[in-house]
Design a binder for this molecule. Structure first.
Ligand code: ZN
Length: 336
């Protein structure tokens, strides 16, 4: 009996010892196995830092990465940046319309998602200020330049493209396409010249994204854009940044009030406007603080401009590309 008890006790002691030894030897193994997991995030972080910024975000569709277009860019230096939460690619076949102010069919934004859009540029000072505010928050918008402005300031529009922002078009001269003063041909000219002018300024075709000036949707023009496979962007909420008496504070308040009510949306702003550029840093901070996420819009393919308009734009250009020097560097008064 005593022997049996002793044997049992010995077995228990042995079991405890075996368990302790196993635990002691196993523990370092666990720690070793865990070690790479602990050290991986910084390594991944470094790897991510070497990759183009757009690789850090989630793509919703299988977008073939184009190595030629993905020039290495520094990763976001701002750890609290608004950033880009999602990149969507749009197939513009048939000319889909977006923005609930005019189009109801395609609701692609989830709750708390916003799209930042900017019209009427490129313009000195204001467009670069908008670009800086976006870059400081490592986020991306959608630009709708006016053809004429693109011709005046092609170097600024190229900065927009170089910053990885998406570019569409907003007519040649910002004409109201719903006006009775324009005939069908003139409406078509405004649209096509707008795209060809932006293409000439950029040296590459922009995205097939169009916004009607003053959001004046001419039904015949909507149908025409459909045949041209150009998507139309209205908006979900207007910042009213173009209104008289607008201030940066009013713009921030208007956008935040509307977006908090709707919960999401395509936001209409103007990189042409001084107050918008001034409002943007604070607006982006408030969007981030409010839990909003920016969705970046990309096109499946660039717009197919019409050769006749491209040719006309080249002919109309006042200066050949080789002479884009400031007047003062070309002509100097040497005697007076
Ligand atoms: Zn406009």
């Amino acid at each position: 009996m005593r022997n049996a008890l002793g044997l049992m006790l010995a077995s228990v002691v042995a079991a405890v010892l075996i368990a302790a030894v196993w635990f002691w030897t196993a523990s370092p193994r666990v720690a070793v196995a865990a070690a790479p997991a602990v050290s991986t995030p910084p390594a991944e972080h470094l790897a991510a830092a070497a990759k183009p910024a757009h690789d850090d975000v989630e793509f919703t569709a299988a977008i073939p990465d184009k190595p030629a277009a993905a020039a290495p860019k520094p990763a976001c230096a701002n750890p609290d940046a608004l950033g880009v939460s999602r990149v969507v690619e749009i197939d513009t076949t048939g000319g889909p319309g977006f923005g609930f102010e005019h189009f109801k069919q395609l609701d692609f934004l989830a709750d708390k998602e916003v799209v930042l859009t900017f019209d009427d540029g490129p313009w000195p000072v204001n467009t670069p200020a908008v670009l800086k505010a976006l870059a400081d928050q490592c986020t991306k918008g959608l630009f709708f330049p006016i053809g004429k402005h693109a011709g005046y300031h092609p170097e600024i529009l190229r900065q927009v493209a170089a910053a990885g922002q998406t570019i569409g078009a907003h007519t040649w001269s910002h004409a109201n396409l719903n006006s009775k003063k324009l005939n069908e041909q003139q409406v078509k000219d405004e649209i096509e010249k707008g795209f060809s002018a932006v293409k000439l300024a950029l040296g590459a075709a922009p995205s097939p994204f169009f916004r009607f000036p003053e959001l004046q949707h001419n039904p015949a023009a909507v149908a025409y854009l459909g045949t041209r496979n150009i998507a139309i962007f209205s908006c979900d909420l207007d910042s009213f940044d173009f209104r008289k008496g607008s201030t940066p504070e009013k713009i921030v308040q208007t956008v935040m009030t509307k977006v908090n009510k709707l919960g999401k949306g395509i936001i209409l702003m103007h990189d042409f406007q001084k107050h918008t550029a001034e409002a943007l840093p604070e607006l982006l901070r408030q969007l981030k603080a409010g839990g909003y996420k920016v969705v970046q819009i990309k096109a499946k393919a660039p717009v197919q401009t019409l050769a006749e308009y491209d040719d006309a734009m080249v002919k109309d250009a006042k200066l050949p590309v080789s002479s884009l020097r400031p007047v003062a560097s070309v002509v100097q008064t040497v005697a007076q």
